[in-house]
Design a protein around this ligand. Structure first.
Ligand SMILES: Nc1ncnc2c1ncn2[C@@H]1O[C@H](COP(=O)(O)OP(=O)(O)OP(=O)(O)O)[C@@H](O)[C@H]1O
Ligand SMILES: [Mg+2]
Length: 302
């Protein structure tokens, strides 16, 4: 609904369908005694500035796919086939799988960042928030002045709803919700064009979770990054996503606008997932995001 987008971006059409990331025929195998094909022939296009939800049951391969996109997969995981291309704002295409290690280090955080599953416990317990933000900034912008670092750190914290006075805090001094906000601030720090969020709010209570999700949608509207938002919570995805990909046993079996998926899911598995949430039959549908006007169905193909 338009309520979350009070002002349409002035120079962009409602639904920007230019790709920022393309995953083609990606297959990831865990080369264990009994090899597991965790992602099979996945095709996925992420549009510039969209929130793409990735749904599916535990073990279907969501995290494996997210790691591969960031090239964070480690043995026994191996990319058996396929390609992942980042389409930079500058017009350059980057073959993520072909990046040399040094290129990869500067690429991550800068162009594409990730909030990990269980990330709220991923902050370094022995350093302050300030030091962790500073280290990430300096690793990518070595010449950055102390003043600029301070300003940027305060700015990202403010944006995720954390009082900048918290810069001096250690992670254990923060609530779970605040730690998770700090992780999101960290992911935003270098203004990446893509943020991959793997179950970023699952461990939080519902109220905090709602606040953070609202924040993510608002930030996206403001800053125009694209989000891959992973969760097994399909109703939640229906509320925040522009489009949703449904994964089953390593395959993306359906990818469509949230509204179309809700109204007219094609794959039996999607229908089963939708059917297993009784709350969806009630008022929930009213919150479903849709780039097109509610009565307009022609745009939904995008
Ligand atoms: N290190 C590993 N070695 C072997 N198999 C693995 C490894 N990590 C994951 N797998 C297998 O790969 C498949 C996909 O796992 P993955 O963690 O990507 O699923 P997921 O959709 O993220 O699940 P969840 O919702 O529980 O986070 C599962 O069958 C899992 O057992
Ligand atoms: Mg996972």
């Amino acid at each position: 609904m338009t309520a979350t987008k009070p002002e349409p971006r002035p120079d962009a059409p409602e639904a920007d369908t230019r790709p920022v990331l393309t995953v083609e025929n990606l297959t990831v195998v865990y080369e264990t005694d009994e090899p597991v094909t965790a992602v099979r022939g996945a095709d996925l296009t992420l549009h510039r500035g969209e929130i793409l939800g990735l749904a599916g049951e535990s073990g279907c391969g969501k995290t494996t796919l997210a790691y591969a996109i960031n090239r964070l997969h480690r043995p026994p995981a191996r990319i058996a086939s396929g390609g992942i291309t980042f389409h930079d704002r500058s017009g350059d295409d980057v073959d993520i799988l072909a990046l040399a290690d040094a290129e990869l280090r500067s690429f991550r955080w800068d162009k594409l960042s990730m909030v990990f599953q269980g990330a709220m416990n991923a902050l370094n317990p022995v350093t302050t928030v300030k030091a962790q933000l500073r280290d990430t900034l300096l690793a990518h912008r070595p010449g950055m002045s102390r003043k600029a670092i301070r300003e940027r750190s305060e700015d990202v914290l403010r944006r995720v709803g954390v009082d900048p006075r918290r810069l001096g805090s250690y992670p254990h001094e923060l609530s779970g919700g605040m730690r998770q906000r700090v992780m999101i601030a960290m992911a935003m720090l270098l203004e990446p064009q893509i943020m991959v969020m793997d179950e970023p709010t699952t461990a939080l209570d519902v109220v905090v979770q709602r606040d953070i999700l609202r924040e993510i949608v608002r930030l996206r509207d403001e800053l125009d990054f694209a989000v891959v938002f992973i969760t097994h919570d399909l109703p939640l995805l229906l509320e925040i996503s522009d489009r949703i990909a449904v994964m089953l046993d390593g395959e993306i079996v359906e990818l469509d606008s949230a509204r179309r998926l809700y109204r007219d899911a094609r794959h039996p598995y999607t229908r089963k997932l939708l059917g297993s949430f009784p709350s969806l039959s009630g008022s929930r549908g009213a919150f479903i995001r849709d780039g097109a006007a509610p009565t307009d169905t022609t745009e939904e193909q995008a």
